[in-house]
Ligand binder design. Structure first.
Ligand code: TRP
Length: 335
């Protein structure tokens, strides 16, 4: 019976990096929310991954709550998925160690993200930064994930997780599934408002480049009204018009209307009128999310309850996998 058959497992980790952008929401999180019926979803907040750079403990705690409340406000449903903290589950760092012992250190030095991060002036290059992809592989393999939704920047890390699964299976015996990337149907690619040929990113210096999920409505409006547009006055999606195209994509994603439909309505109304309409559509989409967020962030009891329940399921799975892995690797079983 298809109802009793186990659903494939999807796992994706989110770093508790504080406020999310509209790009994170439209490009990724919105899609995760649609996966919950077809897959068994594990959504760890990967807080252990957040300490490879200097940080303040109180900030980490605050960002972790914020991250959780934002995900819930965006529609991740704890009744249909497992939402938990990586640091609260025994198994991630243990598996990290076993996998580390199968990872040539040269492979880690060659990872693009490590090279970029460690080359930044003044970077603190600790071993955690180097081992980041091994811990990520442990996150994935600990739950025997079938699929991992990844953006462009994480493809190399997923490739390492696949290699490690194969290496473990080959060195010991068949243990892990080799996880496949999951490319969601249509993730909107949201570009910077000031620099529409670059991806929208919170690490941009100019805060007018990006829209935050939690920006108050008037700030959203102001940022959208000051987005760069292109020469001419026609509202039309066109590679020659990256600014207008980006706004059309955003408008389409938040309103669930097609680009063609929007072009028809706004084509000749001028940029000003068009931008106002984009701003109102974004505000209308984000206001309920913001309301939910503010309700959740002040209800720590509820947030803890979500983590407890998600963590309980995750921990059971993790223990089961960890015992198997230890046994395969030759450790004496606890009796
Ligand atoms: N490295 C990922 C990122 O920066 C976060 C992450 C950690 C992750 N563990 C994971 C993503 C497991 C997917 C699966 O976005």
């Amino acid at each position: 019976m298809s109802e009793t058959k186990a659903k494939p497992v999807i796992l994706t980790g989110a770093k508790p990096s504080g406020e999310l952008t509209l790009g994170n929401y439209l490009g990724a999180i919105r899609n995760w929310a649609t996966m919950m019926d077809d897959f068994e979803c594990f959504f760890p907040i990967v807080d252990l991954h957040a300490i490879t750079v200097p940080y303040k403990p109180a900030d980490l705690r605050q960002r972790t709550y914020q991250c959780l409340a934002q995900y819930l406000a965006c529609g991740l449903d704890p009744a249909r998925s497992h939402i938990f903290l990586q640091s609260q589950i025994t198994g991630h760092t243990e598996l990290n160690w076993l996998l580390a012992c199968l990872t040539p250190v040269g492979d880690l030095h060659r990872m693009t993200q490590f090279k970029e991060k460690s080359a930044k002036p003044g970077a603190s290059v600790n071993s955690g930064l180097l081992f980041y992809p091994v811990l990520m592989a442990a996150d994935i393999l600990l739950y025997n994930a079938d699929r991992v939704p990844v953006g462009e920047d994480q493809k190399q890390h997923l490739e390492m997780a696949r290699n490690l699964a194969q290496r473990f299976n080959h060195t010991y015996s068949d243990t892990f599934k080799v996880p496949e990337p999951f490319i969601p149907k249509a993730g909107a690619r949201v570009m910077s408002l000031q620099n529409p040929t670059r991806k929208m990113s919170k690490s941009d210096d100019n805060e007018n480049d990006y829209l935050l999920l939690l920006d108050p409505p008037n700030r959203l409006r102001k940022k959208i009204m000051s987005a760069v547009t292109d020469s001419g006055s026609e509202v039309r999606a066109d590679p020659e018009k990256p600014g207008i195209t980006n706004l059309l994509n955003i408008f389409s994603a938040v309103s669930d209307r097609s680009i063609a439909d929007l072009e028809k309505e706004f084509g000749s109304q001028g940029y000003g009128t068009f931008k106002k309409a984009v701003a109102e559509a974004v505000v209308a989409r984000l206001e309920p999310i913001q309301e939910k967020y503010h309700e959740l962030i002040s209800n720590k009891d509820y947030l803890h309850q979500v983590l407890r329940e998600g963590g309980e399921v995750a921990q059971k799975r993790a223990y089961r996998m960890l015992s198997k892995v230890y046994r395969k690797a030759g450790f004496v079983a606890r009796t």
